[in-house]
Design a protein around this ligand. Structure first.
Ligand code: M6R
Length: 366
């Protein structure tokens, strides 16, 4: 049932190109220049009149929510707040009928996320669920929703659920951008065509596997790791660090690259691997100067770069390439080598990759 892979996690990492295609199915009609999502069409008025979107989620799903914040604000110009479900529900939050709450959950059973949407509903908000498990509690409790259709995710460390969540949220943002007129029809079409190329680009990104494995061998005994990214790739840095913590038990932190100088830079010495997402579009020059700051303090630099990159290659100890794409879609590609890196490190350390200690696939306790 692992389809020839040693672990479910690796199988699920490799399933991402087809999982994303499944997420597109019936929704992304690039040739016709259309996105079809019944959960949005049926409630278009609500979406167009919403004052803001509040996203509630936990763990990796919360990271997908952070990526969605950039996408919704950038493309559809809708203000977004992203909340840990567990904090939101206990905070006496200000919610009105003009709010849309999007709950993101792979399992659809996370207790805090479920409680958060019940609270939001009781205050009159419209609740939209982005779940993977069909018929799950959060899916049933939501007023409307869109499934990710990633197929069963068995590994406790979430991989394909994350990229398909981002895919659904991107489709939603694009559909709303078109309806609101915040994006021209030519821009919209260009985005759809780019989106359609993503599964093949994810496949390409997976080709870094063998090289990532050699990088994993070098850093597997590290005690700490830092992950840095800016803009759309800041949440990817958080997700990379979570993945490493969960399955290898190595302490890791994700930071917005520019925040480094406000504290974490003090941690950097020749023992510290720093994984920096430095793709060409999106604050590239700024990230390169962040890399220079790390280098001058002797940190070990692993750059996640766009194919053909020169500047980072000259500074970094290692570079891992991903295909070129627009900034808003880059998280779907930059995530891949980070998943592989944590996977290979955990395997080399002899950890139980699919069932890490102390963790459950769905967290039904509060
Ligand atoms: O099923 P959910 O998406 O609601 O789960 C949320 C978190 O428990 C989950 O993402 C967790 O952080 C994963 N183990 C991350 O790999």
């Amino acid at each position: 049932e692992k389809g020839g892979y040693e672990h479910f996690m690796l199988k699920e990492i490799y399933e991402q190109p087809s999982a994303i295609l499944d997420t597109f199915r019936g929704r992304l009609l690039a040739n016709e220049g259309i996105i079809k999502m019944s959960g949005i069409e049926d409630n278009m008025k609500k979406f167009l009149n919403a004052d803001r979107i509040i996203i509630v989620a936990c763990g990796t799903s919360w990271h997908a929510g952070l990526v969605a914040e950039y996408i919704f604000e950038d493309l559809a110009r809708i203000p977004v707040e992203v909340e840990y479900a567990s904090e939101f529900r206990y905070r006496n939050p200000v919610i009105t009928e003009k709010d849309i709450v999007i709950a993101i959950s792979q399992s659809g059973e996370t207790a805090d996320t479920l409680a958060a949407i019940k609270l939001a509903k009781s205050k009159g908000a419209f609740v939209f669920g982005v779940c993977n498990v069909v018929g799950s509690s959060i899916a049933r409790e939501s007023d409307a929703g869109a499934y990710t259709h990633a197929g069963p995710e068995i590994g406790v460390a979430s991989t394909k659920a994350f990229t398909t969540q981002i895919t659904v949220l991107t489709l939603m943002a694009l559909r709303l951008a078109r309806a609101k007129g915040t994006m021209s029809s030519s821009d919209f079409r260009r985005h759809l065509i780019e989106l359609e190329l993503i599964p093949d680009k994810v496949k390409k990104a997976l080709e870094s596997d063998a090289y990532v494995n050699t990088v994993a061998e070098i850093y597997k005994d590290a005690k700490n790791c830092l992950y840095l990214g800016r803009g759309y790739n800041f949440p990817v840095a958080l997700e990379g660090a979570l993945k490493l913590k969960e399955i290898s038990y190595i302490h890791a932190e994700g930071y917005p690259a520019a925040e480094m100088k406000h504290g974490p830079i003090a941690l950097i010495d020749e023992q510290m691997p720093v994984i920096v997402i430095a793709t060409k579009k999106g604050h590239y020059e700024k990230v390169v100067s962040n890399i220079q700051e790390i280098k001058s303090r002797s940190g070990k630099i692993i750059g996640i770069v766009t194919e053909g990159d020169e500047s980072v290659r000259n500074l970094a100890d290692h570079v891992i390439e991903v295909p070129d794409c627009s900034e808003s879609l880059s998280p779907l590609l930059t995530t891949i080598p980070l998943q592989l890196l944590s996977y290979h490190i955990a395997v080399k350390l002899g950890k139980n990759v699919d069932q890490p200690r102390n963790l459950a696939k769905s967290v039904t306790v509060e």
